[in-house]
Design a protein around this ligand. Structure first.
Ligand code: SAM
Ligand code: ZN
Length: 616
């Protein structure tokens, strides 16, 4: 028998023989042996599905868990968040001290960013939507740091920073909250919610099992997270959403619960929806149309960001993404949230529609909004359109239109560098070190201002030619005067600021020296190759054709850790013949086939239904 207690929350008798102990990082959680289902993707809300019963034999289990990546990455981001916030706080105090010295008659009641934002809102209401702001108001600078930050209820003196409070809105057994509390120095209270009674009981048991630090820092509540977040506006420095499937129903309340300058961390695992298996479902959940293609996972990230921004805008708030990752079979974004009615006007500049050719997969972005600068002011205008003619100038086919997507940067490279440096300095603290450091390394080399990416395989499939090596192709792009990088989303993806006509010219030149068999003349590839290239591509190897990490042979991608790697069923669900027909026979292994269940096939069958009807 084990008496768990402490933190003033009473004691509880637990017969350890009934449990397996699952350890991850410094946290340990108890799983009932006779019920245990250790879902390698999520720690379940109930443990009915007995597929991995061999685990029951183990007393202590080390999770081979791809959710570990998710939690490790979140811990890494949180560590950087705490250190950055400290610096911002010190800078704010310094600014205030200097301000007070310059104008001693002004006291701390001077409007700060938040009050200024409120004033800006009032001004907006008075101007009846006339969108002009003085140019000297910085368009990009996050303009408010929470007043709460300096209230320091737990601090010793005025101006001391309060330890960040974290809300894990969908906590299940509490493993994530426990890791945050036990592993992150300087963290404040962690509130773990779940609307499932069994999960909350498990969470409470686990808090006690993890000893005094956990007991003093982590609290667990049985409640609907949406209601709780609405009841606690701007109260949490960090809100973590890690749902089964789509986070969309939680976003509206989550964006309201984050303090100014705070962070929202949000996972979405409904990749099939976000990647275009049923565009209308994606539209109903996220307000954007996905497009099927090799870049669909990056598009998924950008759809999620656009959706969060749209919820934030409803409350005169806006987001600043610091890190957006596609890992395994989910996407997760880390965004800061600020309040400013004037900065919010920039949102349409950060969103775009995407036109994707149904014949050759060329894609083009169209911004929703633009600005016009005149004298000392900026005027906000709708974007110019259309960005493309009715028919693709490369192959003559029609376009599908997707989006809107977030087309501004999805990472803050300074943050990425700090997170990566921090992760490397504490290697042993991250069970998923290899994976998260590889992802962060690749992200650190991504072109920050290029949304979406090309697939060399797709280009070659369209032309039906052999593929140049990535190094040769990258060299040709660089030699043509453009930039190119990899993407963490896809080992074969290439981000470039070269326009599509340049890309096709490079490929036309490649085909001249690597001829293709004659094809029917109306195929997109034949139409493209029928034109002479304007640009004469130079395939001589360019110095920058390998990224720094590639040149140093630093790992950028890891192979999947096991066969049939993919999302598991929601905990507690039985696999039935219905699932097998939906998910394929591999579902019997508890996995959804990654290729079939998650990502639409690369070169899809183009059906008549996919062709947009003509306007006439
Ligand atoms: C994927 S699990 C969370 C996993 C956890 N974050 C981790 O890292 O181990 C999602 C949890 O959300 C809970 N949930 C679903 N809807 C909820 C709601 N409206 N309010 C609170 N919890 C909810 C479920 O009961 C489930 O335990
Ligand atoms: Zn085309």
């Amino acid at each position: 028998m084990h008496e768990t207690g402490g933190g003033g929350s009473g004691t509880m008798s637990v017969d350890l023989n009934d449990y397996a102990i699952i350890k991850e990082g410094e946290a340990e959680i108890l799983m009932r042996k006779n019920e245990v289902f250790y879902n390698p993707t999520q720690v379940p809300k109930s443990y009915l599905l007995v597929l991995l019963c061999c685990l029951m034999r183990l007393l202590t289990v080390s999770p081979s868990n791809n959710q570990v990546d998710n939690r490790d990455m979140s811990i890494a981001v949180l560590r950087t968040f705490i250190s950055k916030r400290k610096h911002e706080h010190e800078a704010l105090l310094l600014k205030r001290t200097k301000g007070a010295q310059k104008a001693p008659e002004k006291d701390s009641s001077e409007p700060d960013g938040e009050e200024a934002a409120e004033e800006s809102v009032k001004n907006d209401e008075n101007t009846n939507g006339e969108c002009e702001v003085p140019q000297e108001v910085s368009q990009d600078e996050p303009c408010s740091i929470s007043k709460e930050l300096v209230k320091a209820p737990e601090g010793k003196g005025r101006g001391e920073m309060r330890p960040p409070r974290v809300l894990e809105a969908l906590a299940a057994s509490g493993l994530r909250s426990l890791r945050y509390a036990r592993e992150i120095e300087g963290i404040g209270q962690v509130v773990a919610l779940d609307n499932d009674k069994v999960s909350v009981e498990a969470c409470k048991r686990n808090i006690k099992f993890n000893g005094s630090v956990a007991c003093s820092k982590v609290e667990s509540h049985l409640t609907d997270a949406r209601v709780y977040m609405l009841m606690h506006p701007k109260e949490f420095d960090v809100v973590d959403l890690d749902p089964y499937g789509a986070p969309s129903v939680f976003l509206d309340s989550a964006v309201q619960s984050v303090a100014d300058g705070g962070m929202l961390m949000c996972t979405a695992t409904d990749m099939a929806v976000l990647c275009g298996s049923s565009g209308e479902v994606c539209y109903s959940k996220y307000g954007s149309y996905p497009l099927r293609g090799k870049y669909c996972h990056e598009m998924a990230l950008r759809i999620l960001l656009a959706c969060i921004e749209s919820h934030a805008n409803r409350y005169k708030r806006y987001i600043v993404p610091v890190l957006s990752v596609k890992m395994n079979f989910y996407v997760r974004v880390f965004v800061r949230i600020y309040t400013s009615a004037s900065a919010m006007k920039n949102t349409p500049l950060k969103l775009s529609y995407v036109y994707q050719c149904i014949g050759c997969d060329s894609f083009h972005l169209q911004h929703i909004g633009r600005t016009v600068s005149k004298n000392n002011s900026v005027r906000y205008m709708p974007g110019f359109g259309p960005a493309v003619p009715q028919d693709c100038t490369d192959c003559g086919k029609k376009f599908n239109m997707g989006g809107p997507i977030w087309s501004a940067p999805i990472h803050d490279q300074e943050w990425v560098t700090s997170i990566l440096a921090d992760v490397k300095s504490m290697k042993e603290k991250y069970p998923a070190y290899d994976r998260i450091s590889a992802v962060l390394t690749t992200i650190s080399e991504e072109l920050p201002d290029v949304p979406l990416f090309l697939s060399l395989h797709n280009l070659c499939a369209t032309l039906k030619c052999t593929s140049p090596s990535a190094v040769i192709f990258r060299s040709a792009v660089i030699n043509a005067g453009y930039r190119i990088s990899g993407t963490h989303v896809n080992p074969l993806g290439l981000k470039s600021d070269a326009p599509m006509d340049v890309i096709w010219d490079i490929m036309r030149c490649w085909v001249k020296s690597h001829p293709v068999k004659t094809q029917p003349p109306d195929l997109p590839g034949s139409v493209i190759l029928a034109k002479e290239p304007v640009l004469q591509a130079n395939f001589a190897r360019a110095v920058a054709s390998l990224s720094k990490a590639q040149a140093k042979k630093v790992t950028r991608f890891l192979p999947n850790p096991e066969r049939h790697w993919g999302p598991k069923l929601r905990a507690g669900r039985q696999i039935t013949s219905k699932h097998i027909s939906l998910l394929g026979p591999l579902a019997l292994n508890g996995t959804v086939n990654h290729e079939n269940g998650e990502e639409p096939t690369a070169k899809r069958q183009k059906t008549d239904e996919e062709e947009p009807t003509s306007n006439s």
